[in-house]
Design a protein around this ligand. Structure first.
Ligand code: HEC
Length: 250
């Protein structure tokens, strides 16, 4: 039985048992399907691994490895066995497979999406790279920009801005935020982001908004940004309290 953990975060299905003691995880790991339980107190993992093309499932048991990698990763020593054909089922039926390192998030349900958007450029860039805005309400597709925002764009709005736009408010409340994905002409290569976050209820001629735009997805060192940045406010002043996308989102 081979273990790999490529693409471990790709598919998520996690449930917590009603006694709160175990996380049940059903996820694709490489081309395998893992259906496992993670004991929160001991860190022991038990369950089944199913292989592409069917066949008998393998039984897997992992304990926390003696050496931990640190950071957000967890190292597990995993042992495998085939089905036990007749009792007694002895420990000798298990063989060591591998030490598997997985992100701790593999075992956890997705964190609650927070509508709060960072307003310092380093923190914001990391937040964008993590795609944390993707749970926000979004335009249905990448489309050509009506403004100077590169070739093609797709805008996401957080709950506060969505509610305010929906209510037709003349001024959006503090915490309202929009994230615009910038795409290359192929409409599938992400090339950067533009962001606006309202810092206070009063728009103050654009100074009530934090503005940010970066033309890279890997290098956040050269954004155009700042509170009330005049490179952005002049044109955005034509919008609905500085927001220019049509609403309902298209
Ligand atoms: C010359 C006009 C113009 C300038 C300058 C401009 N924008 Fe925009 N922006 C637009 C238009 C038009 C839209 C509507 C969506 C689209 O078609 O791109 C938009 C949309 C956005 C959105 C999505 C939410 C919304 O308001 O519709 C964000 C976020 C954004 N711009 C950020 C910025 C930032 C940050 C800057 C400055 C670095 C900036 N923009 C400068 C015209 C402009």
């Amino acid at each position: 039985m081979a273990l790999s953990h490529r693409g471990a975060a790709a598919q998520s299905g996690v449930q917590v048992t009603p006694d709160g003691k175990q996380n049940l995880i059903s996820k694709d790991v490489g081309d395998q399907r893992w259906a496992i339980g993670y004991d929160r107190a001991s860190g022991v993992v038990t369950g089944n691994v199913f292989f592409p093309g069917g066949g008998a499932a393998a039984f897997v048991w992992c304990e926390r490895a003696a050496e931990q990698p640190g950071g957000d990763d967890v190292a597990l020593s995993c042992f495998g066995a085939d089905a036990c054909s007749v009792a007694p089922c002895t420990p000798e039926q298990w063989t060591f497979l591998a030490t598997v390192t997985l992100p701790a998030a593999f075992f956890e349900p997705p964190p609650a999406a927070s509508g709060a958007v960072p307003t310092s450029s380093a923190e914001l860039f990391a937040w964008l790279q993590d795609g944390r805005y993707r749970s926000f309400a979004a335009e249905t597709a990448v489309h050509p920009s009506a403004g100077p925002h590169g070739g093609a764009v797709r805008t996401f709005v957080n709950g506060a801005l969505e509610r305010s736009l929906g209510a037709g408010s003349a001024a959006h409340p503090a915490g309202s935020a929009a994230v615009k994905e910038l795409y290359a002409a192929d409409r599938s290569t992400l090339t950067g982001w533009a962001v606006e976050v309202k810092l206070q209820d009063d728009s103050a001629g654009g100074n009530g908004w934090y503005w940010y735009e970066v033309f890279s997805t890997t290098d956040g060192s050269r954004p155009i940004e700042g509170v009330g940045n005049a490179a952005c406010t002049g044109c955005h002043a034509q919008g609905d309290d500085y927001v220019r996308i049509p609403f309902p989102l298209q």
